[in-house]
Design a protein around this ligand. Sequence first.
Ligand code: ZN
Ligand code: ZN
Length: 642
Amino acid sequence: MSDIAVILPDGTELSVEEGATVRDAAFEIGPGLGKDTVAGVVDGELVDKEAPLHDGADLVIVTDQSDEYLSVLRHSAAHVFAQALQRLHPEAKLTIGPWTDEGFYYDVTNVELEQEDLEAIEDEMRDIVEEDLDIERVLVDREEALEKYADNPYKRDILENEAAGDEELSFYQQGEFEDLCKGPHVESTGEIGAVKLLNISAAYWRGDEENDTLTRVYGTAFESESDLEEFLDMREEAKERDHRKLGQELDLFAIDETTGPGLPLYMPNGKRILDELADYAKQLNLDAGYDPVETPHLFRTELWKKSGHYDNYVDDMFLLDVNDEEYGLKPMNCPGHATIFDQKSWSYRDLPVRYFEDGKVYRKEQRGELSGLSRVWAFTIDDGHLFVRPDQIEDEINLIIENILTVFETFGLDAEVALATRPEKSVGSDEIWEQAETQLRAVLDDSGIDYGIEAGDGAFYGPKIDFAFKDALGRKWDGPTVQLDFNMPDRFDLTYTGEDNEDHQPVMIHRALYGSYERFFMVLVEHFNGKFPFWLAPEQVRILPISDDQIGYAKKLQYELGDFRVDIEDRSWTLGRKIREAQEDRVPYMVIVGGNEEEAGTISVRDRKEREAQDVSVEEFRDHLRAEYDEKRVEPDFLDDR
Ligand SMILES: [Zn+2]
Ligand SMILES: [Zn+2]
């Protein structure tokens, strides 16, 4: 038998026999590792330890010490859920039950489930864990598999699509239960330390609203009860901070069924925050040598054909017929910016050319996928496109990374960085992709930033560097990206005149600082729990007159603090109630004025951290606010040293 070579995480090659499995390779490395192997990651995909290897495969061995172990455990917990469900509701039909970042779900049908039913299923799940059933992988031939699922059209659909060519299918068995599944799984149900069912929602078969409606049950699992408890506490805190809840309480934004799903409406409070964000990004862009441009919301589809969007992206586009001509709402701003660049002839000395626009884009997500501001149909990208000479790529990308990290720092967010490589559906030659990926890798390596690889996650026109926001609760959200693109300049036939007087093709770089305003807004609401920094807060100061007698003085103060967003609480409430209300509205500063303050011409200042100071001069307070605003400080700090 001939040998094949697989590549281990440290870059070394391991030679194994042809037909070797993940576990065989682990034994080849060492018998201890062989015994501890739970699963493998082959070319970025989590697979069973019995999965065969191919020559050149990237291989990571998964043990119960690996990060991936939790996903394996949770997938097994999904099977335990399905088993418990079938014990209690034998009529239920199973469809799919994958692991997720937070746990797992299983989509089921032919059974009526309410939130109250979950407890009994959860008890049954604990029994199954207690029974410590071996989880075994069995191979079944196609005919037998089809027979097993004679009255389950969903599993048959999987057999006829995803598993179309497979003559042998893997099933996983535990006790009386079995499920068509690629795995991987833990060894026995007893390995699952803690399970919890979380909630029920509706889902569509294959996520398509034209298909049958299914019941989706979400759950989670951990190695220990204490890990589960920590997760549930965090989840409670996240619920409190949910941007949809706070968005309503703080009058930030709304999504109205009448105006349409996934189409956010910003109220004055939300718009004030957006404007501050836009001003900040604009200043960073101007300082970095970008020029503002503007493009409309729709273009003829001729443009989308030229850019490649029509071939690669049309399912996500909103198309319109206008006088027998087809138009499309723009899903991206790049083709517009490329066309602007193309209006003029450029010399090598003019490059880099850097454009930016807060451009509204429209992408048709499945209705069932829409959620608050995190998944929407209409959103604005703080979009920048650079047209650079090949020798400028490295410097420009370094500058962009620096700007992006400045933004993270301003908001107190941590960054997680990854290089996303060529996806299945893509345009451009192998050579161009190779070159682009190598260049991005070189910049990241030189910068000393820690980064991971997201295989196959690049844009269809080029590889990208993805930045994820890590918020105050340690959660990760998609953030801005930097994309290197040799394809669009080619499709648009963009040129500049080189030093040699010949035509050359510029390289296009796509980048954003926030990514989408909607996503970033959502992250900020939850990250700050609605307690925005002073510079962002929709209402920055609220003046609380102790009695109606001080309303005149309050108005004078409002005028003196006129550079800022200052409101007066003029309802005839007790001071205690006024403070509670301002606290609930998360206003950074309260200015409290009674007869004494009016007489002395001073103020009392209270912040939302419940600290207070008396006899403050208006001028001193105003100067402090100016500095706090200009320096974009994260916390109100006037009362820090008082
Ligand atoms: Zn499964
Ligand atoms: Zn772009």
